[in-house]
Structures are given as structure tokens and as C-alpha cells.
Design a protein around this ligand. Structure first.
Ligand SMILES: Cc1ncc(COP(=O)(O)O)c(C=O)c1O
Length: 419
């Protein structure tokens, strides 16, 4: 095992609670590094921007460091390419307004049925405002993978934008984003990637991907309720920002409207410091090849951490798949081929016999196992699978602090419920 779980779990004060947290795709527990940053910020440097006095200067220093930390996490070329905001949804609604100002009537854009609605409806609303057509890319209902032939066809129509997820928060599929960005580039479309579901599970490199935008949320990766958008410098500089007059015209500030959630942003810095700790403690065996790819310092530690986490979660995913498949009457949706585990994260959605998903989630909660049920806002997925009207699915989503023993307890509880 690449991670020492007792050491990992000791970094999460909330894990002292006896519950088993498999609700992670809806939000993870907070690391102590993140919590300490929130407390530290509020006690030592709670102030507004650009004042002449010590707490304001200290506050700005922390916000700057948080931009640098997130640039390292995404491997962005500079901290100015990092925009903080309330959450992914609000950032996307905000940015879509700026991006769509460039669209003309008759233009087209592309969204997918596999995406969370936060990477669909903001674009559909912007398209409505601008008289732009929205084309949809479907997914294969058998294995939960995006239909790349559909995508290719949609791209042949030379759309202005492709909005696509890195990984599905419903079925767990990891999209082949590098290939998808290349396809979109060749068609001349901007690419906006929703990495909310993927960010806690594996390494991200926006420069290598060559995407235009990528967004995630820190409360899904062991930090605070803050969204973090990467935008390529040329776009952030060029795009019109909806902002008030006294606010800066410089990036990233022109998109960071109003007074930000400073303590939350300090908490994002803490989440990155947590990953840095994971990289230093457990990343040793994964270091090969990273230096050659140009990673150094904190960037390197973060890539080591995410590679170690991915490797551990691969084993957790294998155990979860086998546990769920052994439960009588359980039907899994999405990729279930154990040879294709590298194409998914350990987020599994299922139905159990003819039980309503809420009833299953309630019974699991009674056993101290926390899971989500419904559509988790990936409403096109449940609609496409014909499950929306009957309560959606039950979702079990592992994070790297979950253990194989917890998987075993989940299995026992599900077998009991099925009986
Ligand atoms: C894949 C995905 N995208 C977007 C979102 C929305 O994120 P936020 O809550 O930060 O707006 C979520 C949250 O569940 C998600 O899982």
C-alpha cells in the first residue's frame, strides 16, 4: 500500500467520528492543515485588501500564497491565472457571461450528458442569451463513457466552446481529457473543464492538457468551500470582466469580484499544504519521471502526492467494485470491467433490488455509513439512464482516507439490506 492510513487519517479531526464517510463526491472532510489555516487567518490576519497596516498586509500575503499554491496544484504557468470564487457553479455562471460576450447569433457550443449540471446550464443559459445553438454529446449507457464519435461530429461544426468534465461525479468515468482537448483544439473550440470530481483523486496539469479553463472546488479536496478557476492568461486578459469600477483591471483580481472568502482561501492553501505533506511522506516511490517532466519543489511534491493517492484509490476501487458486485440484487451503472479501473475514479452508483435509493441511503445511515442518493445534480445522467423519476441512484464515493475495512463493512451492510 502506498499510503499509511493511520497516519493519513490522523490528519483529519472529523474522522475521529465513528461514521464511515462514503459521501466524498458531495464533499470531503477537512484536513487539519486547512483547518489551521482558517483559524490562523481569522485570528492573526483578518482584514480587507490592500490596506497600509499589518493585518491587511499579512492577509494579502496569504491570498498571494494561495494563488501560488493553486498554480502549483494545477501546474499553471503563473499565479495570475488562478481565480478564486464562491464555488464551481458561481465561477462558471460568472465566467460564462464573459466568455459568451464573444459569441454571435448562429454560433454553436457543445456540452455533454455525462456532466454535472454546473457545467451544462450556465452554458445553455448563456447560449439562450446570445442566440447560440447547444449541441449535446451523449454517453454509452452500458459503460458510462463519453461517445467520442458524437463529440467528433459536434466538433466538425466548429463550435465556439466545449464544456466537458474531467471525471463524472455520478458514474465515476474519467474522460480522456488530453485527447478531448486536442480534438477541440483542432476544431478551434475553447475548452472549459470541470475538474471538481477529479481533483481529489489524481494529478492535474493544465499546461500539459493545454486547456483554456479548468475549475474545481476545495471542499471536495480536503479544504474549504471555495471554487478555483484556472484560465489561460491570454483569455483572462482579453475577456471582459463584469466588475465594479474601483476594482482592479489586472488579472486575476478583475474576476475576483467583491471581498472574497479570505479565510476560505487560506483554507485552500492549507489543503495544498496537506497534499504537500502527503507527497513528502508517501510520494517517494512515485517520483520517477516527474523531474524530467519539469516538476520541481512544491509542484513535484503535489504530483507525488496525487500519484500516490491515485495508486491507493485504485486498490480501494478494485475492492469496492468486487464488494458491490457480490451483493445480491445490486445493479451497478458505469464502468464495471475490472481491467478498465484506470478509466474511472472510485465513485460508484447503483440500485439495489426494487428499493428506493433514499431508503437504501437511510438504512446505510442507520449503520453509520454515509452515502448520497438521487441525481447529485448530474441530472442528464439519471434521465438518460431512465432513473430520474424513480429516485436516481445510490452513490458510494471513496477518498484516500477510506480503508479496506470500511469497504468490507459497507458490503456487510448492503448484504443485510438486500436480505
Ligand atoms: C463534477 C461536479 N461539478 C460541479 C459541481 C458543483 O460544484 P460547486 O458545489 O463547487 O458549485 C459538483 C458538485 O457536486 C461536481 O461534483
Amino acid at each position: 500500500m502506498p499510503l499509511d492510513l493511520s497516519s493519513i487519517r490522523s490528519q483529519f479531526p472529523a474522522l475521529a467520528h465513528p461514521a464511515i464517510f462514503f459521501d466524498n463526491p458531495g464533499g470531503t472532510q477537512i484536513s487539519k492543515q486547512s483547518l489551521d489555516r482558517v483559524n490562523g487567518y481569522l485570528i492573526e490576519s483578518n482584514a480587507n485588501h490592500e490596506g497600509a497596516f499589518a493585518t491587511s498586509i499579512a492577509s494579502d500575503a496569504i491570498l498571494d500564497e494561495a494563488h501560488r499554491a493553486m498554480a502549483d496544484f494545477y501546474n499553471a504557468a503563473s499565479p495570475e491565472e488562478i481565480v478564486f470564487g464562491n464555488n464551481m457553479t458561481t465561477l462558471t455562471l460568472h465566467t460564462s457571461r464573459s466568455i459568451s460576450r464573444e459569441w454571435k447569433e448562429g454560433d454553436e457550443i457543445v456540452v455533454t450528458r455525462l456532466d454535472h449540471d454546473a457545467n451544462v446550464t450556465p452554458w445553455a443559459l448563456a447560449a439562450q442569451d446570445r442566440g447560440v445553438k447547444v449541441n449535446w454529446v451523449d454517453f454509452d449507457v452500458e459503460d458510462g463513457t463519453l461517445k467520442l464519435d458524437d463529440l467528433q461530429k459536434a466538433l466538425e461544426r466548429k463550435p465556439r466552446l466545449l464544456a466537458v468534465g474531467y471525471a463524472s461525479n455520478s458514474l465515476g468515468t474519467i474522460n480522456p481529457v488530453a485527447r478531448i482537448v486536442k480534438m477541440a483544439r483542432e476544431a478551434g473550440a475553447l475548452v472549459y473543464i470541470d475538474a471538481v470530481q477529479y481533483a481529489p483523486h489524481g494529478p492535474i496539469d493544465v499546461q500539459k492538457l493545454d486547456c483554456d479553463f479548468l475549475v474545481s472546488s476545495a471542499y471536495k479536496f480536503f479544504g474549504t468551500h471555495v471554487g478555483i478557476l484556472y484560465g489561460k492568461r491570454e483569455w483572462l486578459e482579453k475577456l471582459f470582466a463584469y466588475k465594479v469600477r474601483p476594482a482592479t483591471n489586472q488579472i486575476p483580481g478583475k474576476f475576483e469580484t467583491g471581498t472574497q472568502n479570505h479565510e476560505g482561501i487560506a483554507g485552500v492553501l492549507g489543503a495544498i499544504e496537506y497534499f504537500e505533506w502527503v507527497g513528502k511522506e508517501f510520494g517517494g516511490s512515485t517520483v520517477e519521471g516527474l523531474a524530467e517532466r519539469g516538476y520541481q519543489g512544491r509542484q513535484m511534491e503535489l504530483k507525488k502526492a496525487m500519484t500516490a493517492i491515485r495508486a491507493y484509490e485504485f486498490e480501494l476501487g478494485r475492492a469496492l467494485l468486487s464488494a458491490l458486485e457480490s451483493v445480491p440484487g445490486l445493479r451497478l451503472y458505469g464502468l464495471t470491467d475490472v481491467r478498465r479501473l484506470d478509466e474511472r475514479v472510485a465513485t460508484f452508483s447503483f440500485r439495489l433490488k426494487d428499493l428506493h435509493p433514499r431508503a437504501v441511503a437511510e438504512k446505510l445511515a442507520q449503520e453509520g455509513i454515509y452515502v448520497w442518493d438521487g441525481n447529485y445534480y448530474a441530472i442528464n445522467v439519471t434521465e438518460r439512464l431512465g432513473l430520474e423519476e424513480s429516485g436516481g441512484m445510490v452513490r458510494v464515493g471513496a477518498a484516500h482516507y477510506n480503508t479496506l475495512e470500511e469497504v468490507e463493512r459497507l458490503k456487510e451492510a448492503l448484504v443485510k439490506i438486500a436480505a
